[in-house]
Design a protein around this ligand. Structure first.
Ligand code: V47
Ligand code: SF4
Length: 379
C-alpha cells in the first residue's frame, strides 16, 4: 500500500491513527518510513542527538516475579543470585568516579575505531540509573537509605531509579499508598524514573510473558501517580518475542493517551528482545529492519513524546547509530556496567566512553549533545 496518504498527514502535523501505524508496520518501504521519522525528529530536536554519561547499577537479581523473558533474575537460593549492599554500591560509584575513561575491561568495539585520540580522561557521569529485582526480604526503608547514602556521598549525581513495577512493590511492602511511597522516595533523593517494566501493556501478551508482573493498567497508574508527584519518567516497550504488530500499536496508544494527560514522559525506548537463557520458546533475536522500523514508527506515532531513545546496549552500536537517521534522537549513555541484556545474550559492549558516543553520533551526520537527565545540554 502506498504511504503517500500517511506522508501527507505527517508533513501537515496530523496525528497518526492505530490503522496508520499498522500500515507502516506492514510496509517494506523502510526508507520512506525512516525519512518521515527523521523529518519529525528534526522538527522536534533539530539535527541533534543526545547522550548522557551515566552508570547503571542493579542492586540485586533476586526477584519474586521471574518473568519468562528475563535471564537476569534468580530465585533467592539459586546459583548466580546476588545482593549488593549499600556500601558495595557506594564503593562501585566511588571506584568508577576515580577511574580513567578507556581504562576498563570489556569495552565497545568502537573504542578502537574512534578517530579521536584515545587519551584517558576522568569519568564524570552525571546520572546513576538503578533498577533491580523484587527482593523478597528487603524492607522499604532499605531503598530509602540507599537513595540517601548516594545523595550524601554524591550530592551532584542525579538519581534515576526504580521501574513502575518496583514502585508498586514498595507500596505493597510498605503498606503505603502509591502517592506516599513516591513522595517518600522523592524526599530521600529520587529525581526521575526509568521506563522499564512496561513490556507489552496489553493483557493477553502480558499474561503470557510475565504473568506475575503488575498489569498494564497498574503500570500506567503508577506512572500517572509519579508524574502527579512531580517525578518524570521514561516509557519502554519490549518487542520481538511473542507479540504482533497490533500489540505494539495498542501499547503505544496507551502511552500516548497517558502522555496527553500528564506530559510526564521524557523518552520512549523500544527494547529489542534478547532470547538467550530465557523461557520464551523458539524466540530469536530481532532483525535490524524490525529495529529500525519500530524506532521510526514510534517517532511517527508518539507525537507527544519529545525523545525516542535508541538504547545501544540492546540494538548494538551499529543499528543504534543507524536509528539516529530513522527518528531516534538519543543513544542513552556510557552505562559502564550492563547485566540485564548481557544475561540474555547481549552482543554489544557493556560500556562506551564519551568519545566513542560522540564519534558514533558524529558519523551519523547528527550533532552530539551531552545532556543531563532532563535533556538540558551539558556541552
Ligand atoms: O523492564 C528484560 C527488559 C527492562 C530482557 O528508562 C529485556 O532510560 C531484552 O527498562 N531482552 C529493564 N530486554 C531495562 C530498562 C531500561 C534500559 C535502559 C534505559 C532505560 C530508561 C530503561 O529490560 C525490563 C525489560 O523490559 N528486559 N529481559 C531481554 N531478555
Ligand atoms: Fe524481575 Fe524485572 Fe526480571 Fe521480571 S524483568 S523477573 S520483574 S527483574
Amino acid at each position: 500500500m502506498s504511504l503517500l496518504r500517511i506522508e501527507k498527514k505527517v508533513l501537515s502535523g496530523k496525528r497518526l491513527t492505530p490503522d496508520d501505524a499498522l500500515t507502516l508496520f506492514e510496509s517494506d518501504d523502510i526508507f520512506t518510513i525512516g525519512r518521515l521519522a527523521n523529518h519529525v525528529a528534526v522538527s522536534k530536536n533539530g539535527n541533534n542527538a543526545f547522550f548522557i554519561q551515566n552508570h547503571h547499577i542493579n542492586p540485586t537479581n533476586i526477584c519474586v516475579n521471574r518473568c519468562t523473558f528475563c535471564a537476569f533474575s534468580r530465585s533467592k537460593d539459586e546459583k548466580g543470585a546476588y545482593e549488593l549492599t549499600i556500601k558495595d554500591i557506594i564503593n562501585i560509584l566511588k571506584k568508577a568516579r576515580g577511574k580513567r575513561q578507556g581504562a576498563r575491561g570489556k569495552e565497545s568495539k568502537f573504542a578502537k575505531s574512534s578517530p579521536i585520540a584515545h587519551r584517558p580522561s576522568p569519568m564524570s557521569f552525571s546520572e546513576v540509573h538503578i533498577v533491580g529485582g523484587l527482593h523478597p526480604d528487603w524492607p522499604f526503608k532499605h531503598y530509602l537509605q540507599l537513595l540517601r547514602e548516594i545523595k550524601n556521598n554524591f550530592p551532584e549525581l542525579h538519581i534515576k531509579a526504580f521501574t513502575a513495577v518496583e514502585i508498586d512493590y514498595f507500596s505493597k511492602i510498605s503498606g503505603m499508598s502509591l502517592k506516599k511511597t513516591l513522595l517518600a522516595l522523592k524526599d530521600a533523593g529520587l529525581q526521575s524514573m526509568p521506563g522499564g517494566g512496561a513490556e507489552i501493556l496489553g493483557g493477553r501478551i502480558r499474561n503470557k510473558i510475565c504473568p506475575e508482573k503488575i498489569s498494564g493498567t497498574r503500570w500506567l497508574k503508577v506512572m500517572e501517580a509519579a508524574h502527579g508527584a512531580g517525578i518524570r519518567s521514561n516509557a519502554t516497550m519490549l518487542y520481538g518475542h511473542v507479540e504482533k504488530y497490533k500489540h505494539r500499536i495498542e501499547h503505544m496508544s496507551k502511552l500516548r493517551d497517558l502522555q496527553d494527560r500528564t506530559g510526564g514522559f521524557q523518552a520512549f525506548i523500544p527494547l529489542a528482545f534478547h532470547p538467550k537463557n530465557t523461557n520464551i520458546k523458539g524466540a530469536q533475536y530481532t532483525s535490524g529492519i524490525d529495529d529500525l522500523k519500530t524506532i521510526a514508527i514510534a517517532r511517527l506515532f508518539l507525537d507527544n513524546f519529545s525523545h525516542i531513545k535508541a538504547y545501544w546496549i540492546m540494538l548494538g552500536e551499529k543499528i543504534a547509530q543507524l536509528a539516529l537517521m530513522f527518528g531516534a534522537d538519543d543513544l542513552d549513555g556510557t552505562i559502564i556496567e550492563e547485566k540485564i541484556t548481557h544475561s540474555a545474550g547481549g552482543r554489544s559492549g557493556v560500556a562506551m566512553t564519551k568519545r566513542e558516543l560522540i564519534n558514533l553520533i558524529g558519523k551519523s551526520g547528527k550533532v552530539a549533545i551531552e545532556r543531563d537527565s532532563f535533556y538540558n545540554s551539558r556541552n
